[in-house]
Design a protein around this ligand. Structure first.
Ligand code: SIN
Length: 486
């Protein structure tokens, strides 16, 4: 059941899972209610599936792999380009679905759809460039040729913060490589995923190549089925480090290929020699994107003492001008958090910082429902909880530092290593600090690094493997063929 999403093509709203080319309900008839985080209104329902449906989906993907893996890269490129064109054609509808189920503003949702489609375009183009190589042999009668082949059935598990882009970042390279998939979208935002599947189907992706299992309560058994199945050859996940560890350990039973983008706790450093206006803009883009709910959002903002007061007051002035509200309203700059638990986490981090001497410059409390006032804290001690745990909310905590050496040590004092940012106009420092930060991605003099073309991923407990960029490799195996007897 679905309420009206107020979109042009209501055929994009699917309320069932998708297995072997059929839209299906849960065997036990269970459903999951999906709510708009801005209004708490019920948007619709999707099935509460479990292990049996996951097995069916895996079998369908295994069967479809036999033919899909043998299609030519050009064929897959053409289908992906049709899928890309359909995402452009339905830009307004897809963006509205994102806003309704995730809460982000329509402007951000449109940016997400563009970002999401860019993965489809990028991997369509990568499909036809999965080159192998020739390796000269030390033996005169042997020639070595290396080829790339699709790894097999892939299990894809995605988060709610980018309901569309996190799907295409995994689905597009899998399809481009010649893999088939079983996807588990998040229960908070399943409709974007299902709309994309409908468009992929319209673009000509054959039955069984994409399968979707929706689940909430049964997530543990669905995850186990995916990770322990002998048919599934790869698991890819974006989400928390705790869940990544669980999936990693379960995948060990069959030694699957894996790529995980897990938690982050990005440091954002402003040196005294920075362009302060640019640093403030960078902090806003980086910290408050999606109301602070991205894995690469700045979580700890370190500001050198010489520019601390200036940076704090300029940031506070900009943040106090934000308009928090329903993402569908034109003047809204920041939408709600996804749910009550997210609100509570921000409250907890503020209370902890304030109890240790932090001052609230702007915001500091819940507005109503899932809406939280964008917050700037100053005089934050370097040892508060948020320095070690991801907040995932609109909280900019400003920590003062004196020297480059001190701040690099503070920035690296984390189990996480996804993204890190810093602003400086000293070219020597730019190189030194970029090399010293223990992260997979550095933004220097920019707060926005996300693009389909970059190798996206982390180090330490922020994950394994890279998406985007050369990420098609994560969906392929390397095979050597030694030609003898020449
Ligand atoms: C994420 O939050 O996991 C992804 C953010 C991005 O791709 O920009």
């Amino acid at each position: 059941m679905a309420s009206s999403f107020g979109i042009k093509d209501e055929g994009l709203i699917k309320t069932q899972g998708f297995i072997d080319g059929n839209w299906v309900n849960a065997a036990g008839g269970g459903i999951i209610d999906v709510h708009n985080p801005a209004t708490n209104e019920k948007l619709g329902t999707v099935p509460e599936m479990g292990a049996p449906e996951t097995q069916d989906a895996i079998e369908a993907a295994g069967k479809a792999f036999k033919s899909w893996s043998r299609t030519t890269p050009k064929h897959r490129h053409d289908i992906l380009m049709k899928f890309y064109a359909l995402m452009q054609e339905h830009h307004e509808d897809l963006s509205r679905i994102i806003t309704l189920e995730n809460g982000k503003t329509l402007t951000e949702a449109k940016a997400e759809n563009t970002y999401s489609a860019s993965f489809v375009e990028w991997f369509a183009e990568e499909a036809i460039r999965t080159y192998g190589e020739h390796i000269p042999s030390p033996f005169p009668n042997v020639r070595n040729v290396v080829i790339k082949q699709p790894v097999g059935v892939c299990a894809i598990l995605t988060p709610w913060n980018f309901p569309s882009a996190m799907i295409t970042r995994k689905l597009a390279p899998a399809l481009a490589a010649g893999c088939t998939v079983v996807m588990k979208p998040p229960p908070e935002t399943p409709f974007s995923a299902l709309a994309l599947v409908e468009l992929a189907r319209r673009a000509g992706v054959p039955d069984g190549v994409i399968n979707v299992v929706t689940t909430q309560k049964n997530v543990a058994e669905v995850g186990k089925e995916m990770c322990e199945s002998k048919i599934v050859k790869k698991v890819t996940f974006t989400g928390s480090t705790a869940v990544a560890k669980l999936l990693y350990s379960m995948s060990a039973s069959t030694l699957k290929k894996i790529s995980f983008e897990a938690g982050g706790n990005a440091p954002f450093i402003v040196f005294g020699d920075a362009d302060i206006d640019a640093a403030v803009e960078g902090a806003i883009a980086c910290k408050f994107r999606a109301t602070g709910q991205t894995c690469i959002c700045a979580n700890r903002i370190y500001v050198q003492s010489s520019v601390y007061a200036e940076f704090a007051s300029r940031l506070a002035e900009k943040v106090s001008a934000f308009k928090v509200g329903n993402g569908l309203k034109e003047d809204t700059t920041h939408g709600p958090l996804i749910h009550e638990r997210a609100v509570e986490k921000v409250e907890k981090h503020i209370a902890n910082a304030v109890s240790q001497g932090a001052q609230v410059l702007v915001g500091g409390k819940k507005i109503e429902g899932n809406f939280f006032a964008p917050t700037v804290l100053s005089d934050v001690p370097a040892t508060v909880d948020l320095a070690y745990e991801e907040t995932f909310g609109p909280l900019a905590a400003l920590i003062k530092f004196e020297t480059e050496e001190e701040v690099v040590k503070l920035a690296n004092d984390s189990v996480y290593g996804l993204a890190g940012y810093f602003f400086s106009r000293d070219v020597g420092r730019v190189w030194r600090v970029a090399e010293a930060l223990e992260v997979g991605m550095v933004g220097t003099n920019t707060g926005l690094i996300s693009q389909a073309v970059i190798p996206f991923g982390g180090v330490k407990e922020s994950g394994l493997g890279r998406e985007g960029g050369h990420g098609i490799e994560e969906y392929m195996i390397t095979k050597v063929i030694a030609f003898g007897g020449l």
